[in-house]
Design a binder for this molecule. Structure first.
Ligand code: DGL
Length: 263
């Protein structure tokens, strides 16, 4: 599983809960975080290098926990994975499927990074669901870095969340896709601003279900016989990965190794 940093640990956590018997290796590209506003050609190269590293390490399935990486480069990951005969589970499609299934009024909001919104990936995935849907996408350039910098629960984050929610309220969405790994951390805030009736669809839950389906379909699921292992690779500093990552995973991280990517 990989992500632009520690945010994908919200996705890993759901997988650890749904598939406790599996072993996970998580790579956080913390040296390059955030992906949301970086040059996409460079990011696509990066996604290829990360996918190769994880697959050469023997992964039986590749999970893209990062919404931005999925949106701009899931085809790159799939190409590398195909060479290893491995399937890829990205974060966008499973979320779109759930959102399209649960909306009552057909109005779906997507809150995401600029690269994710500009890629059109959510819009395409929602259009592919075969329902007439009205999609309102909002770019939130500052929200993920803000949450990561350590101030997810203060007044300024609330103000920022309010401004990003305003167009979603005007569009009367009844379902909001949290199109970024960091947003589950501010879900209580978004729910307060948008109201109880709005359904929030986060990536973790959707991905965990998709991972389970993929492993079962390919006969790769492990017998449910206890807890598997998890370990971490990061491209930035190990100590800051541990500090930030513990906050996102809300469990001890254990083994973390720094790796270099040549892109
Ligand atoms: N993991 C990234 C995402 O979901 C976090 C934000 C970023 O890297 O810009 O889009």
């Amino acid at each position: 599983m990989f992500d632009s940093g520690v945010g994908g640990l919200t996705v890993l956590h759901e997988c650890l809960v749904s598939l406790p018997e599996e072993d996970f290796v998580y790579l956080g590209d913390t040296a390059l975080f955030p992906y949301g506003d970086k040059d996409t050609a460079w990011l696509r190269e990066r996604i290829g290098a990360i996918s190769a590293l994880l697959l050469e390490g023997g992964a039986k399935l590749l999970v893209i926990a990062c919404n931005t990486a999925t949106s701009i480069g899931d085809d790159v990951a799939r190409e590398v994975a195909a060479e290893h005969g491995v399937e890829v589970v990205p974060v966008v499609e499973p979320q779109a499927e759930i959102a399209a299934a649960i909306t009552d009024n057909g109005r779906i909001g997507v809150l995401a990074t600029p690269n994710t919104v500009e890629s059109g990936a959510y819009r395409r995935a929602l259009e592919a669901q075969g329902r007439a849907l009205e999609v309102t996408e909002v770019e939130a350039p500052d929200l993920a870095p803000f949450i990561q910098q350590g101030s997810p629960f203060d007044e300024s984050t609330m103000e920022m969340a309010r401004s990003y929610c305003a167009p979603l309220k005007r569009a009367k969405v009844d379902t909001l896709i949290l199109g970024c790994t960091h947003y589950p951390l501010v879900a209580p805030m978004l729910q307060r601003i948008l109201g109880r009736d709005i359904r929030l669809v986060s990536g973790g839950h959707a991905v965990a279900a998709a991972v389970q389906r993929s492993l079962e379909r390919r006969g790769l699921a492990r017998e449910a016989d206890g807890e598997g292992d998890y370990r971490f690779l990061c491209t930035g500093e190990v100590d800051s990965f541990r500090d930030l990552g513990t906050r996102f995973l809300q469990m001890p991280l254990g083994e973390i190794e720094q790796v270099a990517l040549h892109t």
